[in-house]
Design a protein around this ligand. Structure first.
Ligand SMILES: [Fe+2]
Length: 478
């Protein structure tokens, strides 16, 4: 009996080892040369103030409604309130339409902000390039943006994903590299300027410099904002105790359109994607406004119209770096079962200054009275991707936990950014691009299969309908 059991156990162990090895995660051996992780000096040309009296600066746009037919255009003037008007049209220099915005300013310690303009431009046509002009006379400035395609399950679209950006030379590479990918919009996963690393009036001054820094991208492509811990800025020693003050004055979000009660959590639909933005640093436990809003918003998702369900947050739920280990655990306990129930495709987070991608796993069996408390493979679970590697002044999170946990598929302590290229309702291409000492190097890539349309029953139905439509078209053309 015993002689039979031993070979059986041995073969089971070998088989298990093979399976284990086949899906073992990879810890990249790449070592990033240390570039100085210091902020670019304020007198550098990347922060240059545009010439002319009261010229608009810190220009940026974001989606202005639920479905992508509006943008909010924001800018700052410093010499005076100036004009609130955006002039826009379908060809360069010919602005047939106007929209009027709002104006506000605020103080932070002794710092006085410039005049902050936000202007909703709505009623736009889909898939259209618009040109716009702001400011007056010789100081006016011109930009453009492209609206997304109409909400459609097979609409293709390319997102860039950036987190924890800051304003260093590495941050500059990240923005430039993302621009080279022709991403049409940026999903930003929190920690914008790192101005909170400064003190007194320099906090406000570094928010301004960051606004001028990202204008090269954000004036032309909508950035979908989410807030990180560096946006909290709770400074009792400066008597600044209202969280997110600098961020909220400067970076509006279309939260009302998704019936959210806070600009810190909201949703937008763009092309074939439904994007849900969560706030890691606002209450989210049961019965809080964010919890109640997410419960409803997940019910609003219609995968027949927007097959791709993407969630953004700042603190990652699955992270195997020593930095910020387990910080996302409280949100995991509250929201992970919903992510599986609603078959979220991918969750992007930042916070950890490195790159990491998970397998599809969940840990939703756990409760305090059972022993089941380890992530297991789960086809309904999202892939969790951490891209807190934008390049800020705090440097890289170099220490990954050893051994690499089973849930971690690939991890590397480098700077970089990601792109998600949605092809149709079933497939999207994902790339993580390492910043290899200033060069953009695609490093981690995979084909993302849609969690809703990848279901075998729906796939068969889709194939049948596709074949039917081809046969009908042929019959019609004969
Ligand atoms: Fe962070």
């Amino acid at each position: 009996m015993c002689s039979m059991v031993v070979p059986l156990l041995l073969s089971t162990f070998v088989l298990y080892s093979c399976i284990g090895n086949a899906s073992a995660g990879v810890t990249s051996a790449f070592v990033r040369n240390e570039w100085p992780s210091v902020d670019i000096p304020l007198d550098n040309e990347v922060f240059a103030v545009p010439k002319g009296y009261n010229a608009p600066q810190q220009v940026h746009i974001t989606q202005g409604d639920y479905d992508g037919k509006a943008v909010v255009i924001s800018w700052v003037t410093t010499d005076g309130p100036g004009s609130n008007t955006v002039r826009y049209g379908l060809s360069e220099g010919k602005y047939d339409f106007t929209a009027d915005g709002t104006l506000q300013n605020y103080t932070f310690y002794n710092y006085k902000s410039g005049y902050i303009h936000h202007c909703l431009v709505d009623g736009l046509q889909y898939s259209t390039k618009y040109y716009y002009e702001i400011g007056s006379g010789d100081s006016s400035r011109r930009f453009w943006f492209q609206t997304p395609p109409e909400i459609d399950p097979d609409a293709s679209y390319k997102f860039g994903i950036i987190g924890d950006l800051g304003q260093t030379y590495n941050s500059l590479s990240t923005i430039e590299h993302c621009g080279q990918t022709d991403a049409q919009a940026v999903l930003f996963v929190g920690d914008l300027s790192y101005a909170d690393r400064y003190d007194h009036n320099d906090v406000g001054i570094r928010w301004d410099s960051w606004g001028r820094f990202v204008e090269r991208s954000a004036a032309y492509r909508p950035w979908i904002w989410s807030a990180g811990n560096h946006e909290i800025e709770y400074f009792p020693h400066l008597r600044e105790v209202i969280p997110f003050r600098n961020y909220l004055h400067r970076y509006p979000t279309p939260y009302v359109a998704s019936e959210s009660s806070s600009p810190l959590w909201y949703a937008v639909r763009r092309a074939s994607a439904h994007i849900i933005v969560l706030s890691s640093y606002s209450p989210f436990v049961k019965y809080t406004p964010q919890w109640r809003w997410l419960a409803q918003e997940l019910k609003n998702v219609d995968r027949e119209k927007t097959p791709w369900l993407i969630v953004l947050m700042h603190a990652p739920i699955y992270n195997s770096n020593d930095a910020h280990f387990m910080e996302g655990e409280s949100m995991r306990v509250v929201f992970e079962s919903w992510f599986c129930q609603y078959k979220v495709d991918v969750v992007f987070a930042g916070h950890v200054h490195a790159y990491e991608r998970s397998y599809r796993i969940s840990n939703i069996q756990y409760n305090v009275s059972t022993r089941a408390s380890y992530p297991v493979p789960d086809k309904s679970a999202p892939i969790y991707i951490t891209v807190g590697d934008g390049g800020n002044q705090e440097g890289l999170a170099l220490r990954f936990r050893d051994p690499q946990p089973d849930y971690s598929a690939f991890r590397e302590a480098s700077y970089g950014h990601s792109t998600l290229e949605i092809r149709n309702r079933t497939h999207a291409l994902y790339h993580w691009n390492r910043n290899d000492d200033g060069k953009r190097v695609p490093t981690d890539s995979f084909v993302l299969h849609n969690q809703y349309w990848g279901d075998s029953h729906r796939r068969r139905k889709l194939k049948k309908n596709h074949l039917f439509s081809i046969i009908s078209k042929r019959a019609y053309s004969q």
